[in-house]
Structure formats: C-alpha cells, structure tokens
Ligand binder design. Structure first.
Ligand code: UGA
Length: 407
C-alpha cells in the first residue's frame, strides 16, 4: 500500500517482529518483499509499531491477523481476530473503515460488524488471495478484488477502499461487491477447490498405480482440456502450508454446521486423500530400499511446504521426513530457505546445508519440495556425490530417463 503512495503504519503485538520490520528486515522469506519494505521505509510513507494508539490517526484499518486451526478441532481459531476488533473499537474515528483480510468461516463478518458500527465505523470484508512466494505481484496485480458488504451493492466504505485500490481498478482488475457471507465463502471455497484439484489428481495417481497407468501422462492430457485447466493438477506429496489445510477443515466443519453433510463429506475426502500422501512416499522409499527404510540413510531434498517459501507449517515434506525417521531411517534433510526454522522446530531430524552434503553417504535420495535448484540438478554430478542408486521423486518433476541414464 505504501508503494501505491499511501501513508501506512503496520501494527503488531510482536515487538521483535516490529523491530525487524522497522530495520528493513522481512520476518520471512518472500521474493521482492525486502526491496519494497526498504523503499517504503526510505520514503517515510511506511512505519511499524506495537502501539495500537497509532491506529487512531488512520482512516482505513486492515485487519490481517491469522485464523489458524483450533487446537481442539477442525474449526478456525478466531481469538486473535476478535481481540483485535475489540481493542480497535475505541480507536476508530467516525467514518473509519475496518477492512477484514483474515480468512474466516462464513457468518463471522456479520457478527463482527455490530461492534464495528457501534464504534461509528464500517466493516468491509475484502478477502486476500495472495500466494506465498508470489505475494508482491499477487497484491499489486490481483486476479480480482472482492468486497463483502453489510448491504451490497455499495457503501461509503467501499468508496474509500476504491480510492486505495485505484491503480489496480484503473488497470482493469475486476472488482466484485457482494454480501459478507458471499465474500467469506469466495475465499474459503477458492482454497478448498484448489485443495480438491490436488487431491483429485492424487486420487487418480493411486488408481493409475493400481491399474498400471502413468499419472504424469494422464495429467498432461487433462491439462489440455480448457474446461479443466493447467494449474493445481500436479500429483505428488500433496498440499500443505498455513492456508489450504486449515481452510479446507474449517469449511468442512462449517458445511456440517450449516446442515450440508454431502459437501462436508466431499471436503473430508479431500483431506483424507492428502493425509495419506506422505505414507505413500514412505512405501515407495521402502520398495526402493528392498523392503524397509529402517537402518538406511535417506537424503530428503526440500522441507518448505512449497518452493519460494520458508514456511514449514503443515508441510508435507516435513511430515514425510518425520515418517521416514519414525520408520527407522537416518534422515538427512536440506532446504535452501526453510532449514533454519526446521532445525529449531524438528530437532530430531538430521540436517545438511547443501545437496552435496545431504546425499553423501545416503542410500536413497527423496525429492520432497520441488525447488528449482533441485529440479535442475545434474544427475551425472549427483551420481558422483552419492552411493545411492535410487531417487524417489515425490513431486514428479525430474526426468526419469535422464536420471536412469546417469545410473
Ligand atoms: C494459497 C492460495 O493459493 C492463495 O490464493 C491464498 O491466498 C492463500 O492460500 C491464503 O489463503 O493465504 P499458498 O498457501 O501460498 O496459497 O499455497 P499454494 O500455492 O496454493 O500451494 C498450496 C500447496 O499445494 C503447496 O503445498 C503445493 O505444493 C501444493 N500443490 C499445488 C500441489 O501439490 N499440486 C499442485 O498442482 C499445486
């Protein structure tokens, strides 16, 4: 927002995060973000603080706090969101607009709107569709902008946000206004549909294995059907991260609560197929090692939930590494960005800094997260670094012929 010329203050209760941001340091790996951060700070249009009083001077308030899965069930934990809305109440000036960015179960915004309007402000729900690893471009050039309003089609608040997003609207980004409920459902069903596609192709992969077909061939042909489309049809280890798994589960619960059990079953099946993926790869690893991974050294390439991110929340690659270790393998994992965090959170695993170090002495190599530097590994070179003569490509990104030719 600062890069669009607006004056922005970022507020967070985590003081160490605020200090790092104020020093121009991004608290996580995100391509393009450090540059934008430094540019914003240097322009004087961007600053960070832990003092909520700073909000009192603002006209627009983006609420971007996390809504993780609850510890005691499938639903989203709205504790932080509710706390922020409550503590912002007294700081809101008349006519202020509170913009909800957090991903919430359908029905949340209408409940929160009462407290916001009691404070003389307006609530607009403006779901966020950015992907990690592409956050900067997705934010500045989104596919669509959605406003959930108390009473669509427009309001004073939507007019204020229009001013903010003017450059994007001028560039032709479609903007849709709808009810709170519809906007909430757009977000959670978008993520759940992406998850469904991944589990669908993984379900086809299991059938292909059982029937002697090759899912790579099947997927290549499916992608050429315009109605099906190219993306989110890569079979493999499945989906993870801080969004798809928890949004899928929260939507499953919400479907049940709303008395729509068939939709709940469909969504639950998507989760079940995904949960089984790491074990499928452990089976492949065991097969490659003559029946069991126990006692073997296994190099795991990639730990983040996807490339271009250091996020290991719900990472299928971490689950895989831990399952291999639980089955008795000596795991040596590596990742270009996520290894530092993984070392802290999963200290029982072995780690290496480079691929060369990870594969040295390994009996098997498993590609878990498809970072470009792993996709472009030279099999001839790798064959000289390791005694392993099998690679399990859990993301189906390597060329089997090329790797077989290299031994
Ligand atoms: C996802 C959505 O794509 C964003 O639109 C949304 O804004 C975001 O969640 C959010 O709710 O904040 P992200 O979590 O960054 O973004 O991850 P994705 O790019 O969607 O990938 C999710 C997972 O699916 C990854 O683990 C990836 O490896 C896996 N995946 C993706 C597959 O297994 N196969 C595919 O074909 C595509």
């Amino acid at each position: 927002m600062a890069s669009l010329g607006h004056s922005v203050v970022g507020i967070d209760s985590d003081r160490s995060k605020v200090a790092r941001l104020q020093a121009g340091e991004a608290p996580f790996f995100e391509p393009g973000l450090p540059e934008l951060l430094r540019e914003g700070l240097a322009s004087g249009r961007l600053r960070f603080t832990s003092d909520l009083d700073a909000a009192a001077a603002c006209r627009l308030h983006f609420v971007c706090v996390g809504t993780p899965q609850r510890a005691d069930g499938l639903g989203a934990d709205l504790g932080d969101l509710e706390a922020v809305v409550t503590s912002l109440g007294p700081k809101l000036r008349n006519g202020a607009v509170l913009v909800g960015k957090s991903t919430v179960p359908v029905g949340t915004a209408r409940r929160l709107a009462r407290a916001v309007s009691a404070a003389g402000a307006e609530l607009v729900w403006n779901p966020e569709f950015l992907r990690e690893g592409h956050a900067v471009s997705d934010t500045l050039a989104p596919d669509r902008i959605v406003y959930g309003l108390a009473t669509p089609p427009s309001s004073a608040g939507s007019g204020v946000i229009d001013e903010l997003y003017q450059p994007m609207l001028d560039a032709g980004v479609p903007r849709l206004t709808m009810s709170f409920e519809s906007a909430e459902l757009v977000k959670t069903s978008a993520n759940s549909y992406l998850a469904l596609r991944v589990s669908f192709i993984n379900g086809v992969a299991d059938m292909a294995d059982a029937a002697g077909a090759d899912v790579t061939d099947v997927a290549s042909a499916l992608r050429l059907d315009e109605r099906i489309g190219r993306l989110f049809l890569n079979p493999g280890l499945g989906f993870g991260g801080g969004c798809l798994p928890k949004d899928l589960r929260a939507l499953t619960l919400r479907a049940e609560q709303l008395g729509v059990p068939k939709t709940a079953s469909l969504l639950a099946a998507v989760d079940q197929i995904n949960s089984a993926r790491p074990d499928r790869v452990v089976d492949l690893a065991a097969e490659a090692l003559g029946g069991s991974v126990a006692g073997h050294r296994v190099a795991v390439l990639g730990l983040s939930f996807k490339p271009l991110s250091d996020d290991i929340r719900n990472s299928q690659s971490v689950v895989l590494a831990k399952r291999l270790a639980a089955a008795g393998a000596e795991v040596v994992a590596t990742d270009p960005q996520a290894a530092r965090l993984a070392r802290q959170e999963h200290s029982s695993l072995g780690y290496a800094t480079t691929v060369r170090e990870a594969v040295a002495g390994a009996d098997l190599v498993v590609l878990a997260t498809e970072w470009e530097e792993y996709r472009s590994l030279n099999p001839v070179a790798v064959a000289t670094w390791t005694q392993a003569r099998a690679v399990v490509d859990a993301r189906l990104v390597l060329d089997p012929a090329e790797w077989s030719a290299a031994g």
